[in-house]
Write a protein that binds this ligand. Structure first.
Ligand code: ADP
Length: 513
């Protein structure tokens, strides 16, 4: 039998293994379950493909994306590795023929979607196969604590019960914190798995957080016509708006979201991949499985909902190792919108996930360190000297008194209104709504005239993230007190806000979101 290094050279033409690959492959070949956590582009596929080639029988690969399966199988075929995928786009006869080959030992790898495991015909075929390994791609999808839970992933351990000989099970993911990692092991029922967790540090990425006066202007300032960039927006509408702006300015730009036709999506994706249009504006629907190495910049136009998604998306910059940037734009409004979004949903972890993002946006500490700490890594340095916080000077302002003013305004308005109106009253605007309802007679009317809308929204968002305010209401978000609010009103606790000296002043006008 060829050694695994010879197999690597023979089929893939690579001279050596990347960190972790050899250990994971050897563990699988010993018959152990494994969990491999490596960044995107780290080379996870080889960790299950080489065992699949070396062992008798077939490896079942559970993969969430149909498009990804096809690419992988095509790539394997050109290397002379026998692989196939089964999905609902294939005809009944095509599916039967693949299952038949697998039963007869003619396939090394068979890619399936997790939903397929619910299909009884499929299961009865699998029972006749000599399955040597079950590999789970994007394994974090099995955990409700992760950012991408897919209920169908919970079918995977069922394979352990239906197979006569329990083969090793291997989970792979690019993103996992300690609790999600532990949960993956439980949910996939891995038995004392060998774990390889590589560092999440990406030294070639420069991280920055910006709070632009006008996001659109800032975007135009930093974009480069010739360099490949991805701009992530939180909604399809924002994708359309940003895309239109860039088209008007003559940028070579394309776009992607779930609202455009599949043909157009493929076309746009290819335009981007082949650098015909090196700038992509997209929702988070874009990116999984995209292997474009020369992306120089990933810009988040809105604040994402959690750090795992953020880091995975930002990590699409600089996969070739060349200096690249991960830039996050945020506004007080982003925080308020996101808080409302998660309060509508039912993910119990969403709130603390969002708070991590808010902290990332507002922290004065090294951004790289903040990220690595989140992934339970403790770097030896305290400052990376290669992020916008390490470069900029930060000032910390006490905002306790300002917060008390805002709270008393909310109280006087019976905790029945949303951020917009509270801000208008505090700034003493004379809108018809304010006059009609007599809010201009309140003692808090005009109490914060000298502040900008953005400043006040920021303070509200800090109070929300620290649980001094709660966003209630069914139709639209209403600011309400929490059990902690009194502590702040009585100044038993103090709140402060960190701002970079380089940060642009907030605007009084509503900026383009
Ligand atoms: P992941 O699934 O972790 O995102 P892939 O398995 O797609 O990463 O690998 C990313 C790229 O790195 C692929 O082009 C792959 O061929 C390449 N690669 C993987 N292992 C090695 C290696 N040992 N040496 C050189 N290139 C490698």
């Amino acid at each position: 039998m060829k050694s695994i290094l010879e197999t690597l050279k023979h089929y893939y033409g690579y001279e050596s293994f990347r960190p972790g690959q050899e250990q994971l492959i050897e563990a699988i070949l010993r018959g152990d379950d494994v969990l491999g956590v490596m960044p995107t582009g780290g080379g996870k596929s080889i960790c299950y493909q080489i065992p699949a080639i070396c062992m008798e029988g077939v490896t079942i690969v559970v993969s969430p994306l149909i498009s990804l399966m096809k690419d992988q199988v095509d790539a394997l075929a050109t290397m002379g590795i026998k692989a196939a995928y089964i999905n609902s786009q294939l005809s009944f006869y095509e599916q039967e023929s693949i299952l038949y080959s697998a039963v007869h030992g003619e396939l090394d790898l068979m890619y399936v979607s997790p939903e397929r495991l619910e299909n009884e015909t499929f299961i009865s075929y699998v029972q006749q196969m000599n399955v040597n390994l079950v590999a789970v791609d994007e394994a974090h999808c099995v955990s409700q604590w992760g950012h991408d839970f897919r209920p169908s992933y919970q079918n995977i351990p069922r394979l352990m019960d239906v197979l006569n000989n329990r083969p090793p099970f291997a989970g792979f993911t690019a993103t996992a914190t300690t609790p999600v990692r532990a949960d993956m092991i439980t949910q996939l029922r891995l038995e004392q798995p060998y774990q390889y967790i590589s560092s999440f540090d990406r030294p070639n990425l420069y991280f920055s957080v910006v709070k632009p006066k006008k996001k659109a202007d800032e975007l135009l300032r930093i974009l480069d016509n010739k360099e490949s960039s991805i701009i992530y927006c939180n909604t399809r509408k924002n994708v359309d708006t940003v895309y239109d702006t860039l088209v008007k300015k003559g940028y070579p730009v394309t776009m992607y979201h779930a609202g455009i036709s599949p043909q157009e999506r493929t076309q746009n994706q290819d335009d981007f991949l082949y650098d015909r249009k090196p700038i992509m504006v997209a929702t988070n629907a874009f990116g999984m499985g995209i292997d474009k190495s020369n992306v120089r910049r990933v810009i988040h136009y809105n604040m994402p909902l959690d750090m795992e998604s953020y880091y995975q998306e930002a990590g699409r910059a600089g996969r070739d190792g060349a200096p690249s940037e991960a830039i996050l734009f945020y506004s007080g409004q982003d925080i308020i919108t996101n808080t409302f979004l998660i309060e509508q949903g039912n993910n119990p972890h969403a709130k603390s996930n969002l708070n991590t993002m808010i902290t990332y946006c507002k922290t004065g500490s090294c951004l790289r360190k903040t990220i690595l700490n989140y992934f339970d890594e403790t770097p030896e340095w305290t400052e990376c000297k290669h992020c916008s916080n390490c470069d900029g000077e930060m000032v910390k302002t006490d905002i306790t008194v300002e917060c008390q003013k805002i709270l008393s305004c909310i109280y006087r308005m019976n905790q029945a209104y949303g951020t917009g109106l509270i801000v208008d009253v505090l700034r003493g605007k004379s809108t018809s709504r304010i006059k009609q309802q007599g809010f201009d007679a309140l003692s808090t009317y005009g109490l914060m005239k000298e502040y900008t809308d953005g400043d006040i929204k920021d303070m509200i968002s800090i109070m929300i993230s620290e649980n001094y305010l709660h966003l209630g209401g069914d139709q639209y978000p209403i600011l309400q007190f929490t059990a902690k609010t009194n502590d702040l009103l009585q100044a038993k606790v103090r709140l402060s806000m960190t701002k970079s000296l380089k940060e642009e002043p907030t605007t009084t006008k509503k900026s383009v979101e």
